[in-house]
Design a protein around this ligand. Structure first.
Ligand code: K1U
Ligand code: ZN
Length: 216
């Protein structure tokens, strides 16, 4: 796996930590700055995640016309939400924001966040594999989905700079899963209608039970 970026790292520990620009170069920061940025993210509130079969999950996201401060704030809040939910990725669609922005961290130490804006798969391997997937919008459900083993993705970073990511393994799978969300597609749509309907029924019941529990 390799990440190539045209952007120059700007974030330094000296910079104001209330300035969300810092997250843009997270991957290029030194250890102290990474800790400081992590502390900043951990002070934020997580966002509510839409749950399947919420129809808003089927909204097709619009491209980001210009990367602005609110996108930097959104990506920080999404990272916080993803880390709290113990996910490895999150698409803006899942937090009811319909712009093409995803966050991912497949690292073991949860210290390598990626933010991809307007991601486009420019190459996908013909070789595929069926692997189990989960989804924060479909809690407790895991099933096999066929995905390309490797992908090359072009996107913008939080400085609005073009970046190219060559991914394989879990990162490649996660990118494809998150990009499906931006197209309004949830992984259960790859499953048979029978399985999908069972999952839908289970999710609706789960939500009702939770609502009943909440008013007790
Ligand atoms: O989009 C999402 O809801 C996040 C999703 C990403 C994903 C997981 C597995 C395969 C493809 C994409 C999750 O993170 S669900 C959480 C989860 O099941 C998981 C967490 C860590 C490793 C593997 C799965
Ligand atoms: Zn998902």
């Amino acid at each position: 796996m390799e990440i190539l970026s045209d952007s120059v790292p700007k974030a330094l520990i000296k910079q104001r930590l209330d300035d969300s620009e810092n997250i843009a170069a997270f991957k290029n920061l030194g250890k102290v700055a990474k800790i400081a940025t992590s502390l900043f993210i951990s002070a934020m509130s997580p966002l509510p995640i839409l749950r399947y079969p919420d129809p808003r999950l089927h909204t097709v996201a619009k491209p980001v016309a210009k990367v602005e401060t609110h996108h930097r704030q959104l990506s920080q809040a999404m990272l916080k939400t993803m880390y709290e939910a113990e996910g490895i990725g999150l698409a803006a669609t899942q937090v009811d924001v319909h712009e093409r922005l995803i966050v991912i961290d497949v690292s073991e130490n949860r210290d390598q966040p990626l933010v991809l804006i307007n991601p486009e798969i420019v190459w996908a391997s013909a070789e595929t594999r069926i692997g189990d997937e989960g989804c924060l919008s479909v809690p407790g459900i895991y099933d096999g989905v066929e995905r390309s083993l490797a992908v090359k993705v072009e996107s913008l970073d939080l400085d609005g700079q073009r970046q190219v990511l060559e991914a394989e393994g879990m990162l490649a799978v996660c990118i494809q899963h998150e990009m499906d969300h931006l197209m309004g597609k949830v992984f259960v749509e790859y499953l048979s209608p029978l399985k999908r309907n069972r999952i839908k029924t289970k999710m609706v019941k789960q939500k009702k039970d939770e609502e009943r529990e909440a008013v007790r």
